[in-house]
Design a protein around this ligand. Structure first.
Ligand code: KAF
Ligand code: ZN
Length: 835
């Protein structure tokens, strides 16, 4: 095939003998791949298609899969390693006469972009979080199935467990990872078999989709000359391909079609190539090519994104019922992610490897090491058995022996979502991207056809702009498409170690003890039950705090006791497990938290009840505290006393309310508090803590916690002292020096705050520069008639501006943000998370 007339690649080789030698090597190598089979220990022999491919897709037998995986590599890559090394040398020599440093540089030149490599790297980085989350979710499921002792401690997934010989797409293990097994799943393979689909009917189905967009039908010659089933009488390279014979009428596909969903997608892929050939056939020969190689790969895949939607599959009679709910949606998106997201690092790394081989950075004896370095790092997959430098695992993938560049597929998997989005817009589809089906949209077809007809007559950004309205590659459309799944996966992976280390490790996880296995099960049950108990308790706390009555207090005490009982029982159950020796750190940590139940540990039920009663009573005293200054008006803390503290500068008045507040709260609870302390300490001593303070400090997990705090205090003290002295001087002027003790202290009631804990209410008295800008916005809030609700909304807007989550509906419906009339409430703001 010609690219551009003068850009003839390795054909530029001056030395005819070398050119011939190179071509021989190339066909030898491809021959090794095409003829390879694997013979199993049970006597069975399988070719890649369909036998090994089906086995990798459907077997769940660890050793059988491993046998297939090793056998395929022994009989392909390993046998071609020497020839491949020679081939690389000759290939580089060929392109050097065109002025390229090596074959990798030559291949990259087709993209006509000086920033091609960093651009790809950036795309991959954007996509990595989504891939990592998918990887972690899948790994967890596979660990449950095959046992964690099969998995390296470095976090990768053994490469033979992902339903595909190269672990490049994971859709064949969909059945092992279905999010909602009871909801719609879109694997139409059984239905294709059920309806006795033939390869021809699958091809006709694909063609019909192209035609429905007003694109070109496959010509008669295509149907007569294409090979769409594996010939039985001869060997053939089964890897699917599409051929342009450059005579404007001969276009063919060669494919060993199997009756399944995956091959239905591949047919669309290959037909996309044919459609491109036909659209640009009237261009001069040098322009009969894709805008770039990635575009060529993306055409059929773009259409297949519509074809795969449940709605479309239903339209063409391959799916019976389509449910429209979140579970079915997630099922679908996950299946698409196994096909599209799983592929991305694979698509990226193949040519990272090959470019480094062509450039000489990776010499022959490091071929395989480099390969696994990239596989471990980018894909997070590991070899199931140790590999050596005589292995040549890249050669087990068709595109290495056939010398087909691979970065085009990475490009394709990104741009096909950009194309899909643009075509969906042209088709007037407004829903989410993953539900869009452009079937029968002539507008979409016209837009696509116009772009395809350009061939390679213009640099690819021009074609990109013609279709999508902007000239760049971007991951945004893909991320948008998968957005609902991204959120869902993050939730599934909460508390799990997401990702893996760069390098693979030979060390495997210890097998889960029966004890740890049971513990994991128990933990799942605990989490479900705990969520309910916590919810109930929180609801009761809320009711009391927002309506302090004796009845509600009674209810609160009961709920607290119930929760304590639950925690005590859970802790007792947890102690039956040997959790301190578990392998899974996350499980260990959960057990440690479940066992750490604080005062609920009190074994004596009466004491526990007493402790809770005291706590409620104490809180009640505080909540009901009012200052009555003669007359009949009694003042609440919030807002009455706060208002006075904020504005009054009357020494006597301030003294009075300061003192009264302490009389009606602290003083009244002193005896109860003493008893409370005693019981609380008794509780945590049952857990081995000396006292409640020690227990509270334990949550910081820091042995030097108190010392650290002390050091911080010392560091902060000079600044505090300066502030203190400044404020003291000003306050003395206002209230008279006679109120200030000689020791240098400031009377605690003069700070505009009941506890002198914050002093911002003194700002107007302290202001250093009277006529400079002030940042107290209170007057402005009042002037603009701000409501509590508007203030909350203002705050929320800041969070969302950072891309953080908005407050949910229930937050706005159920929160209490102003003091209600006619009942006592605890106004000290507090947040309850209802689980
Ligand atoms: C793509 C899509 C879905 C899954 C996986 C892929 C990546 C890749 C793979 O690893 O299977 N897909 C293919 O290899 C599909 C075959 C092809 O259509 O890309 C084919 C590869 C090939 C075969 C023989 C010689 C050269 C290339 N490409 C073409 O037939 C082709 C491409 C561009 C122009 C003309 C023909
Ligand atoms: Zn292709």
């Amino acid at each position: 095939m010609f690219r551009m007339i003068s850009d003839i690649g390795t054909d530029a080789m001056k030395d005819e003998a070398k050119l011939a030698r190179m071509n021989t090597l190339q066909s030898d190598i491809e021959g090794i791949y095409a003829k390879a089979t694997v013979s199993f220990s049970d006597g069975q022999t399988l070719a890649l298609e369909p036998g090994l491919t089906q086995l990798m897709a459907s077997s769940r037998n660890y050793t059988k899969l491993q046998e297939a995986w090793i056998g395929w590599r022994d009989n392909t890559g390993k046998l071609m390693r020497d020839k491949y090394a020679d081939f690389v040398t000759l290939s580089n020599e060929g392109v050097s006469s065109l002025g390229y440093h090596d074959t990798g540089e030559y291949w990259r030149s087709w993209y006509e972009s000086p920033t091609f490599e960093p651009d790809l790297q950036k795309l991959l980085e954007e996509l990595k979080p989504l891939y990592s989350n998918l990887h972690t979710y899948v790994r967890e499921k596979l660990m449950d199935l095959y046992g964690r002792d099969k998995f390296p401690t470095s976090g990768q997934i053994p490469a033979h467990l992902l339903g595909n010989m190269w672990a490049q797409q994971w859709n064949n293990i969909y059945d092992l990872v279905i999010p909602y097994p009871d909801k719609t799943s879109v694997d139409v393979t059984p239905e294709l078999k059920n309806q006795s689909y033939t390869p021809l009917r699958m091809f006709r189905t694909a063609e019909e989709f192209f035609k429905s967009l007003g694109l070109l039908p496959m010509p008669d010659r295509f149907w007569n000359k294409s090979i769409i089933v594996k010939p039985t009488d001869r060997k053939m390279v089964c890897h699917a391909s599409a051929e342009d014979f450059y005579n404007q009428k001969d276009f063919r596909i060669k494919m060993c079609t199997d009756i399944n969903m995956e091959d239905l997608v591949t047919i669309h892929h290959e037909m996309g190539h044919i459609q491109y050939f036909m659209q640009y056939k009237d261009q001069p020969v040098p322009f009969r090519d894709g805008a770039n190689p990635g575009f060529h790969e993306a055409v059929g895949d773009t259409l297949a994104l519509s074809v795969a939607t449940p709605k479309h599959l239903q339209t063409i009679g391959l799916l019976n019922s389509v449910e429209n709910d979140e579970g079915s949606d997630i099922n679908y998106l996950l299946s698409m992610a196994l096909e599209k997201i799983a592929f991305l690092p694979f698509g990226y790394l193949i040519d990272q490897w090959r470019w480094s081989v062509f450039s000489g950075e990776t010499p022959k004896d490091k071929f395989n090491d480099k390969w696994w370095e990239l596989r471990c790092k980018y894909q997070g997959v590991s070899p199931p058995v140790e590999r050596t430098s005589t292995d040549f695992d890249p050669g087990a993938k068709y595109h290495i022996p056939s010398n087909t560049p691979y970065i085009r597929y990475f490009v394709s998997f990104v741009v096909q979502f950009q194309f899909h989005k643009a075509l969906c817009e042209a088709a007037g589809q407004t829903g989410p991207l993953h539900k869009c089906d452009i079937y029968r949209s002539k507008e979409a077809g016209t837009k696509l056809g116009d772009m395809l007809r350009l061939g390679s007559s213009k640099p690819w950004p021009y074609a990109m702009e013609a279709l999508t309205g902007q000239p760049n590659m971007s991951a945004k459309a893909l991320m948008d498409y998968f957005a609902p799944l991204t959120a869902w996966l993050e939730k599934q992976n909460a508390g799990k170690q997401v990702g893996w280390q760069d390098a693979c490790s030979n060390q495997r996880h210890a097998p889960l003890s029966a004890n740890e296995q049971q513990a994991k099960k128990w933990l799942t049950e605990y989490n479900m039950a705990a969520q309910e108990v916590f919810y109930e308790e929180t609801e009761v706390e809320w009711t009391y705090a927002t309506n302090i009555t004796d009845y509600n207090q009674q209810k609160q005490t009961e709920a607290r006791l119930k929760l304590a009982d639950f925690q005590k029982e859970a802790a007792a159950n947890a102690s039956r497990f040997d959790w301190k020796h578990f392998d899974d750190e996350q499980v260990k940590r959960q057990f440690s938290k479940i066992s750490d139940i604080g005062t609920s540990a009190l074994t004596d039920k009466n004491k526990l009840k007493k402790l809770n009663d005291l706590q409620s009573e104490i809180e009640g005293i505080y909540g009901k505290g009012k200052v009555c200054l003669g007359g009949n008006k009694c003042l609440t803390l919030d807002p009455d006393l706060y208002d006075i503290l904020t504005s009054s500068r009357n020494y006597t008045e301030l003294t009075l309310i300061w003192q009264e507040w302490r009389n009606v709260t602290g003083k009244k609870m002193k005896d109860k508090y003493e008893e409370f302390v005693r019981l609380s300490n008794e509780g945590v001593r049952e857990l081995g803590y000396n006292d409640t303070g020690e227990y509270w400090r334990s949550v910081y997990d820091t042995p030097t916690f108190q010392k650290d705090l002390q050091k911080l205090m010392e560091q902060l003290k000079p600044l505090y002292e300066q502030l203190h002295a400044y404020v003291r001087k000003k306050l003395k002027k206002i209230y008279g020096a006679e109120h200030f003790p000689a020791s240098g202290h400031i009377p605690a009631h003069l700070f505009g705050n009941m506890w002198a804990q914050e002093w911002e209410n003194l700002y107007d008295l302290m202001e250093p520069y009277k006529n400079k800008a002030k940042v107290d916005v209170t007057p402005e809030l009042v002037r603009q008639n701000y409501t509590a609700h508007r203030m909350f909304k203002t705050a929320e807007e800041f969070f969302t501006s950072l891309g953080l989550k908005p407050m949910p509906e229930t937050f706005w419906n159920k929160s209490m943000i102003v003091r209600p009339a006619g009942r006592d409430v605890i106004c000290h703001c507090f947040c309850l998370g209802f689980l």
